[in-house]
Design a protein around this ligand. Structure first.
Ligand code: UDP
Length: 288
């Protein structure tokens, strides 16, 4: 919920409370395949946020009457763990969680080729383990990677980040205090491959210029996030290759075998007996 914008959140040099510049993302890391039972999964760490996304399906939908004849249904279940925030959160699903689940589901449905799996469901579970503002956008970023990890065909990945207003200045990727005390929040879901926006929400009051600047800064941030998503997916296959490829064993030294000395066959060539030439009569006479 946006505040009234009176708390000082950015200094004269444009440095925010956590040391970032206006257009800087928080440190982000994405890990693939963290839930072995799922068809696809990802863990995102964005600042202090830690969120797990796990994808199950396409699989049979229950109750069956909810199935769509021509495409798959994408069901998202965004949940904040009770321990993810300072004031314990009630375990009962809140209206906010239902709303976030719905907008993430709508955003993903715009890129997943759902028509390939009619009458099925693709379930996406999003569990926030630690929250620090921007959990809806970080969840969407992780969900998109988890779907790719599950091998579900998509037109492109969705990268999601918010821009917002703190002390009337447009900044990227609000963390918790900025989200609570700032005066505006504009979460964006963006597909860089299609150059399409799949999620756009707005909380607070923006001038037209502030809105345009926020949109531009969020699209730039999403493009940077997209590179991190791609790298995470590539890393998975690099790891698999390293696991599968058996390194060539150094050849064990063969025991030295003394070469057998095979005696050369002795060939006895019997000389043909040549008959001594008989002395002729003349020779005999000479001797005499
Ligand atoms: N929050 C909380 N308790 C709740 C729900 C939210 O303390 O039950 C805090 C939490 O820090 C969370 C922030 O409010 O990170 C909400 O910001 P986020 O961007 O995650 O959600 P959105 O503002 O998009 O609804």
């Amino acid at each position: 919920m946006a505040g009234d914008g009176t708390v000082k959140l950015i200094d004269e040099k444009g440095i925010r409370l956590d040391g970032r510049k206006a257009d800087e993302l928080r440190p982000v890391s994405i890990k693939i395949g963290v839930i072995k039972n799922a068809n696809g999964s990802a863990e995102i760490r964005m600042g202090k946020n830690i969120i797990i996304a796990a994808v199950y399906g396409p699989r049979e939908l229950h109750p069956k009457h909810r199935a769509l004849a021509d495409r798959a249904l994408i069901q998202c279940f965004y949940r904040m763990s009770t321990f993810s925030v300072n004031d314990r959160k009630s375990p009962a699903p809140s209206r906010r969680e239902k709303e976030i689940s719905m907008v993430i589901s709508n955003s993903l449905s715009s890129v997943v080729l759902t028509e390939k799996y009619p009458r099925t469901t693709i379930d996406v579970y999003l569990q926030v383990l630690q929250a620090d503002g921007g959990t809806r956008t970080a969840s969407l970023t992780a969900a998109s990677v988890a779907l790719a990890d599950a091998g579900i065909p998509m037109k492109g990945l969705i990268a999601s980040v918010a821009a917002g207003l703190i002390n009337d200045q447009v900044v990227l990727d609000l963390f918790d205090i900025e989200d609570q005390k700032g005066s505006g929040d504009l979460p964006l879901g963006y597909c860089p491959v299609l150059d399409e926006i799949s999620l756009l929400q707005l909380d607070g009051v923006f001038t037209v210029k502030q809105f345009e600047d926020s949109l531009n800064i969020a699209i730039k941030g999403a493009k940077d996030l997209y590179e991190i998503q791609r790298d995470a997916l590539k890393q998975k296959y690099t790891d698999i290759r390293a696991e599968v490829e058996v390194p060539e064993k150094p050849k064990a030294e063969e025991p030295k075998v003394e070469p057998k000395v095979v005696p050369k066959p002795v060939l006895k060539v019997e000389k043909p007996k040549t008959e001594e030439p008989k002395p002729s009569e003349d020779d005999k006479r000479e001797v005499e």
